[in-house]
Design a protein around this ligand. Structure first.
Ligand SMILES: Cc1cc2nc3c(=O)[nH]c(=O)nc-3n(C[C@H](O)[C@H](O)[C@H](O)COP(=O)(O)O)c2cc1C
Ligand SMILES: Nc1ncnc2c1ncn2[C@@H]1O[C@H](COP(=O)(O)OP(=O)(O)OP(=O)(O)O)[C@@H](O)[C@H]1O
Length: 294
């Protein structure tokens, strides 16, 4: 997959680009709703014999627009989004820098300069996709804006238990510590890639304690979780304590040296620990020889 960053004023010249099916959206998480768009577009691209392309934006528009809830950390930071889209068969990924000037483009100009300008022959987006100044463009308008230039497919709402599958819903579940429910929306348990900062073996309890730091990730609510840790293709089961904003503490049975980097997959929240289990975790994290900075 080729990734192309687009910054500043841009006017694409159709003739300079391969014809493509273009999928539009932010795609944080690349969840089951997003996947239905990509799969739909992939079928069209195969039938029409043209490239499968995705256009996304960075940073999240909320950082630029005057809205209350700014999204500054992501379910899938850019490298994860790139990997997931590539694995789904996307051939070209356009990442448009979302700036104030870009936000002010009229719906028609966005379609002309970016979507048609990059030689889209067919556009795929979801039922609630909006574009252009004040988000005034919608899928009905897209058909008019793209008339004679490209076909439009609008993907209907994908829902679970009557609720729209969305990045916001997944963030809400993480905020509430309901990591067990995330897979209904994401298609998998929530996971993040982190760096091992330090680890030590606690002689008293016979457990290894490791400190993992994450960058740019949206993390579950503070608490104790059962997690799966993968490092250099080995899998470890662990209890994890979400510690400060961007880190977690792993507690593993035995004297284990886990190599960095690591992937943590949140399986379940620990609701009831036996007093013995709780005491040992408490002892470990309060151990004055374990240098945790809260
Ligand atoms: C050219 C362009 C201009 C935009 N301007 C605004 C804007 O002024 N106000 C706004 O709330 N959203 C604006 N948006 C954001 C869209 O409403 C929408 O959030 C974005 O296209 C991502 O779509 P998605 O959230 O459905 O993935 C703009 C989007 C584009 C592509
Ligand atoms: N559940 C869904 N069913 C169909 N299309 C969807 C669904 N969720 C998102 N899409 C489409 O996927 C693209 C990317 O959407 P977006 O990144 O805004 O996802 P979202 O989950 O709705 O995000 P948020 O919750 O932050 O609004 C858009 O074209 C959108 O219409």
């Amino acid at each position: 997959m080729k990734t192309i960053f687009i910054e500043g004023a841009f006017i694409g010249n159709r003739e300079e680009h391969e014809p493509c099916v273009m999928v539009l959206g932010f795609f944080d998480g690349v969840h089951l709703g997003h996947r239905s768009l990509i799969d739909t577009a992939k079928d069209i691209a195969e039938k029409k014999g043209i490239e499968l392309a995705v256009m996304t934006f960075f940073p999240h528009p909320s950082n630029i627009l005057r809205v209350q809830n700014k999204i500054t950390s992501y379910l899938t930071p850019l490298p994860d989004k790139q990997r997931l889209l590539k694995n789904m068969g996307v051939e070209k990924l356009y990442i448009v820098t979302f700036t104030e000037q870009f936000a002010e483009l009229s719906p028609g100009d966005f379609i002309k300069k970016y979507v048609a300008g990059l030689h889209s022959k067919h556009v795929v987006a979801g039922f609630d996709f909006t574009y252009g100044y004040r988000g005034k463009g919608n899928m009905e308008r897209m058909k008019l804006d793209g008339k004679g230039l490209f076909d439009v497919t609008t993907v209907p709402k994908k829902a679970f238990n009557g609720e729209k599958i969305s990045s916001s819903k997944i963030r809400k579940l993480l905020d509430e510590g309901k990591v067990e429910d995330v897979h209904h929306f994401l298609g998998n348990h929530y996971s993040a890639h982190g760096m091992l900062e330090r680890q030590s073996f606690d002689q008293n309890s016979g457990k290894t304690v490791a400190h993992i730091v994450f960058q740019h990730y949206y993390l579950p609510q503070k608490g104790l979780y059962i997690v799966e840790v993968t490092a250099q293709e080995r899998i470890y089961q662990s209890i994890s304590l979400l510690h400060v904003h961007h880190s977690c503490v792993l507690v593993l049975e035995g004297n284990i040296h886990i190599p960095a980097p690591v992937t943590i997959k949140w399986l379940a929240k620990v609701k009831a620990l036996s007093p013995l289990q709780y005491k040992s975790i408490d002892q470990i994290t309060k151990n004055p020889y374990y240098p945790l900075k809260a």
